[in-house]
Design a protein around this ligand. Sequence first.
Ligand code: FAD
Ligand code: NAD
Length: 481
Amino acid sequence: PTEQIPQSDLKPNGNKRKTIVILGSGWGSITTLKHLDTSLYNVIIVSPRNYFLFTPLLPSVPTGTVDVKSITDPVRTVARATPGQVLYLEAEATDVDPVSKKVTIKHKSNSMTFGEAMINEEEPIITTVDYDYLVFGVGAQTTTFGIPGVAENASYLKEAHDAVVIRQKIFNSIEAAQLLPVGSEERKRLLSVVVCGGGPTGVELAAEVKDYIDQDLSRWLPGIEKEMTVTLVEALPNVLNAFNQKLIKYTEEVFKRQELDLRTNTMVKKVDRKNVYAVHKNASGEQESIAIPYGTLVWATGNGPREITKSLASKIEEQKTARRGLLIDAYLKVDGSDSIYALGDCTFTKNPPTAQVAHQEGIFLASHFEKLSKIDDLQYSIKTETEADKLDKLNRRLERAKASLRPFEYVYQGSLAYIGTERAVADLVWGDFSNVSTGGSLTFLFWRSAYVSMILGVRSKILVCFDWLKVGIFGRDCSKE
Ligand code: FAD
Ligand code: NAD
């Protein structure tokens, strides 16, 4: 596929144009692509998802507060806006050979539903791409901690498709429940939505679903708000553990007021088709086993490394201790490799696995590659230069270019989370000293404006604002799709 790139193999100065292969189309990879001067390299981006997904608004999708299309940006649109030529391949990397600098890729689409018949499953399309530099940004996957029954029965909230599945499960359960007598145990079970994991993903989803029931479904199905339950299960004593204590307490109060059933100190041990089985530790430390029936179950207990990340780690001696993600240096270079850079959730660093970190790393990496290109060009010119004074100048420029390579530094800008009933919590940082922890309706407005400013494309910014306006005027609908 490298030959398909219509860009010349040589740069205008005659130096060879190196190839960067970017794996993934998430926060880290797309930010790198967006900020990279793609005229300096041959750029190939490989991802089973042909769009970027703005994950911070994903919890708003199952309820229809935001349309899934509004928070996606096609990879090709991003690629076309860069100065050079970029080749996008819809595939997943199945193997990386760090010695021969080759990635094996297999055709795969994240949303393979229609058109599947055209692709021969028995003869999958597999090919390889060579790289000079590899940008490894494959993210992470939701971890189940091997808890029995989770993988078979729960939905996750990681991809656009997950949000659609959650909506369909909620509606399948609601519609089925209408056939059963009010008060029956089976009807109660079907009308129970259980979210496991009280991190920001679980909190925001539970809050959105509860809003949807109270504000919209109650209009279409009067009385459903009294029957339908939303339960949030968290193993630790509090939800939102990365937030300030004051905001944790505020969130718990808001949940209580809106009758969202919060079960803290409750560790899920097993799941079957109808129940979540957990151990609850009470105030005196005694443990009791409980079962929570569900019609819809969402699992949001955090991240674990993908198979491709574990496979790459197993091939590099310096990565032998990398259990939770790739180990990288201050320039995002994978320890033990001279040509693989990794960023975002597939790495294990002192920074949290957030979009904020992956985004800043992407900006850093794009600028780092520009500096590497300059260094490479100077080294090429030095090799071909014969005049002594010109050579001297070039050497000095090379020293300066090398000195311009600075390590990555993460700047924490704060955390935000939606907690329901048009309230949000925010842990904000201004400058070096001032931290502000705030929660409520004004924070909700701040949350909305901050998220709009974070959205990468103008089109998506406008679409999201229109979605909010539409919901403000007409409410959210109750169709299954
Ligand atoms: P991702 O964005 O997950 O992208 C990984 C990419 O790799 C995807 O395109 C995927 O298709 C692709 N890929 C996977 N396997 C392969 C393969 N084998 N070969 C090639 N490509 C592959 N963070 C915040 O800072 N603020 C928030 O408000 C926030 N809200 C969130 C809400 C939700 C519901 C979720 C799930 C996460 C949220 N996060 C938030 C966390 C944030 O989304 C992640 O930290 C961020 O997406 C990490 O970026 P990434 O580029 O490492 O991975
Ligand atoms: P998380 O790791 O932040 O939280 C998972 C929660 O699940 C933890 O509180 C953990 O105690 C709990 N848990 C684990 N096993 C359990 C079990 N068996 N039973 C009950 N509870 C269990 O995961 P997340 O919420 O998916 O977030 C992942 C990353 O994405 C984090 O870095 C987070 O900051 C980021 N994120 C940020 C936002 C935001 O800023 N608004 C939103 C979503 C995600």
